[in-house]
Each structure stands twice: as structure tokens, then as C-alpha cells.
Design a protein around this ligand. Structure first.
Ligand code: ADP
Ligand code: ZN
Length: 212
């Protein structure tokens, strides 16, 4: 099964992607996480991408398309994968199609801007492994400590309110039009993000049934 998780920043794509990855035993691929890793490791790609992320802008299409192309050609993707945060522009969607990838479902997680701004302020991320948390909706077992690896939980720099507002503008302008693209392809499954994580999971599974 090949899935795309689509939606604005902070809609909970990463958390749902991880849940689906465990449920279907297919890898979840987050372009944002791959880029942030590259930044931490100071690779040439990371160094080039950093200024875009810091400003809440999208990293250039060529860069992310190359990342995804390489990643999905790896062995663990042969039974499918979940794309979290890709595609984010029409160019990227067309590039994915031209790679010959047949996507089964595009799950569109819908959350209002107002709720997103509230949510992003509570978002935390493991400094070591990148696992996502939320102080209210998805708290770690021990305050400030990653359940998976014991790493320290931090706020992402691009989650500060000013950068969040910029990212939402970018989302509405560059990414949201993709909904129309996938609607035309008959792949769009709309899921309203719920207050409770478990409820959103249920809705996502329901949407996948409907789309079969
Ligand atoms: P969120 O979904 O909360 O915005 P991500 O981790 O998906 O978080 O993305 C963080 C940042 O990484 C984006 O603001 C953007 O700069 C960059 N990025 C991630 N995926 C893409 C993509 N497909 N195209 C361009 N930039 C991307
Ligand atoms: Zn961790």
C-alpha cells in the first residue's frame, strides 16, 4: 500500500504516519525529518536547506524530489510506504507520478488555522531520534524525555509563532492546491483532525476502508 499523508503543518501527519507504519508494516517517510537530520549532521544538503526551513519556506523541489526518489527505491519500500509531507507542490506531485509510483490513497488531514497555531506551540520533538510528541495530545511517559530512546524533547525552531504563520501562508498558497490534483485522480480521502489522537486514528482507518 502506498499512501500520502497530506495536510497543513501541525495537523498531526507525523503521528498518524507512525501509527499507519506500525499498523501496515510499511515505512513512513518524512521529508521534513530527513531534512532536519541532514541539518543536524551538517551534510551539504542540510546546510543548503537550513535557511529555507528557518524562514518557514519550502526547500526547493529538486532537492526534495531527489530525497524521495532515492528513499523509495530502497528495499524496505517494496511493499509500500507512507509519505509524510511530500508532495507539497504541484511540481513534486507530478514528479512522483512520473517516477511511475501508483499511489493508493491520499489522506487529507484537515485542521483549522486557529487550531494549528494552538497545537504547534505544544509540539515537541526528540532531539536524538526525531520522534514527535505533544505536551497535551501525545505526551511522553516522562516529562521532556523520549519514550523510544531516552533523548531530550525540544521545541522545533520553526514552530515559533511567527514562522508558523509564514508556514501556513506557504501551505495555503503552494500545497493546498494539490487537493484538487488528487481529487481529480480519485485518491483524496478527507479526514477531519479530532481533538483526541485515538479518534483521528479511527477516522483515518475508516477513510482507508472507504477508499478501497
Ligand atoms: P510540518 O508538516 O509541521 O510543516 P515537516 O517536518 O513536514 O513539518 O516540514 C518542515 C519543513 O521542512 C517545511 O516547512 C519545509 O521547509 C521542509 N519540507 C519538508 N517537506 C518538504 C517538501 N516536500 N517540499 C519542500 N519543503 C519541505
Ligand atoms: Zn528519541
Amino acid at each position: 500500500m502506498k499512501l500520502i499523508l497530506f495536510g497543513p503543518p501541525g495537523a498531526g501527519k507525523g503521528t498518524q504516519a507512525e501509527f499507519l507504519s506500525q499498523t501496515f508494516s510499511i515505512p513512513s517517510i518524512s521529508t521534513g525529518a530527513i531534512i532536519r537530520n541532514a541539518i543536524r549532521e551538517k551534510t551539504p544538503m542540510g546546510i543548503a536547506a537550513e535557511k529555507y526551513i528557518d524562514e518557514g519556506q519550502l526547500v526547493p523541489d529538486e532537492v526534495v524530489i531527489e530525497i524521495v526518489k532515492e528513499r523509495i527505491s530502497e528495499d524496505d519500500c517494496k511493499n509500500g510506504y507512507i509519505l509524510d509531507g511530500f508532495p507539497r507542490t504541484l511540481n513534486q506531485a507530478v514528479a512522483l507520478k512520473n517516477m511511475g509510483e501508483k499511489i493508493d490513497h491520499v489522506i487529507d488531514l484537515e485542521v483549522s488555522d486557529e487550531d494549528l497555531i494552538k497545537r504547534l506551540s505544544g509540539r515537541r520533538e526528540c532531539k536524538s531520534c526525531g520522534a514527535p510528541y505533544h505536551i497535551k495530545y501525545n505526551p511522553p511517559k516522562v516529562d521532556g524525555v523520549c519514550d523510544k530512546c531516552g533523548g531530550t524533547l525540544i521545541s522545533r525552531e520553526d514552530d515559533d509563532p511567527e514562522t508558523v504563520r509564514k508556514r501556513l501562508v506557504v501551505y495555503h498558497k503552494q500545497t493546498e492546491p494539490l487537493k484538487e490534483f488528487y481529487k481529480k485522480e480519485g485518491l483524496l480521502r478527507i479526514v477531519k483532525g479530532q481533538e483526541e489522537l485515538a479518534d483521528t486514528k479511527k477516522e483515518v482507518l475508516k477513510a482507508l476502508e472507504v477508499g478501497k
